[in-house]
Design a binder for this molecule. Structure first.
Ligand code: PMP
Length: 283
């Protein structure tokens, strides 16, 4: 049985509990991070904790412990679960109090963490690429905050599943914002990588930042701007990035083949570079 971390204690999964009055449960009043583990070590974890700090501060949730204490707890959890490859989920809620929308007078934020073993490096989608459909993005206007309010992505992912594809790209004002749980990119026929510019309308992906830095080192041209679905349909390549999937090729958008229906060379190169970066820096 897995070990979970709940508010200061490592406990067996069947004893890992939070209150029914937890505001994460009642209001989605909580933030989270997902860090990937390869070779038993965390990938780019400091960047995830920096984003966690920002999400907490935007929502005015005081962490229940100094964030600098978290890496040791994460490592302990990975060791206890003997996790070699997979993800570590971390959530901090504003804690429990009688149900009332305003913040409690004396909040007691709750930190929970658990691990999920799953293949990260060697997944079939790397070779085949994935298909996506496009959907209207009706998330709230602070998508830069990694909150657990995930109803829009839940429904988007299910719509994709119902349509027999792997994922959905969300579109607002005629341009692609994010994938349901990843950042979305195209590579134009002249080799330019295009992805939505940062702001409140998308999540600033940790993987996005690293991949764009690697692309720049490669001398590739990057344009951070919104791109339309028509641009995407006509693109030479498309891909998505996230902590748990790294770089994944997209080979079909709304039933239209992109990149002749096979993973493109720039996408594959960026995945290799990201894996090299992850393996070299995992801690
Ligand atoms: N956008 C959205 C909407 C996401 O949910 C995620 C994954 N959490 C990302 C982008 C990718 O972010 P990261 O690379 O930090 O996992």
């Amino acid at each position: 049985m897995r070990t979970f971390y709940v508010s200061g204690a490592f406990v067996p999964e069947d004893q890992a509990q939070v209150s029914v009055l937890d505001r994460g449960f009642l209001f989605g009043d909580a933030v989270y991070e997902v860090s990937t583990v390869i070779g038993g070590k965390l990938v780019d974890n400091a960047a995830h904790l920096a984003r966690l700090e920002r999400s907490l501060s935007e929502l005015r949730i005081a962490p229940p412990l100094p964030l600098s204490d978290i890496p040791a707890l994460q490592k302990e959890l990975i060791a206890r679960n003997n996790l070699k490859e997979g993800v570590l989920y971390l959530q901090i809620s504003r804690g429990s109090a009688d149900r009332d929308f305003g913040f409690p007078a004396d909040p007691k934020p709750v930190l929970v963490m658990f691990t999920q073993a799953r293949p990260v490096l060697d997944v079939p989608a790397v070779k085949t690429g994935i298909s996506v459909i496009s959907l209207e993005d009706w998330r709230w206007k602070r998508r830069d905050i990694k909150s657990v309010n995930l109803l829009a992505p839940v429904l988007a992912k299910q719509a994709a599943k119902d349509a027999g594809v792997a994922d959905a790209w969300m579109v607002e004002d005629g341009v692609v914002t994010d994938g349901s749980s990843n950042n979305a990119y195209i590579v134009t026929v002249d080799g330019t990588i295009v992805t939505r510019n940062l702001g409140n309308h998308i999540l600033a992906g940790i993987t996005r930042k690293a991949v764009l830095a690697l692309a720049e080192e490669e001398g590739l041209t990057i344009e951070e701007r919104g791109f339309t679905l028509d641009e995407a349909y006509a693109a030479a390549e498309a891909f998505v990035t996230s902590a748990s999937t790294f770089v994944l090729p997209v080979v079909e958008i709304d039933g239209k083949a992109v990149s002749q229906g096979v993973p493109g060379p720039i996408t594959q190169k960026l995945r290799q570079h990201y894996i090299a970066f992850a393996e070299a820096t995992a801690d």
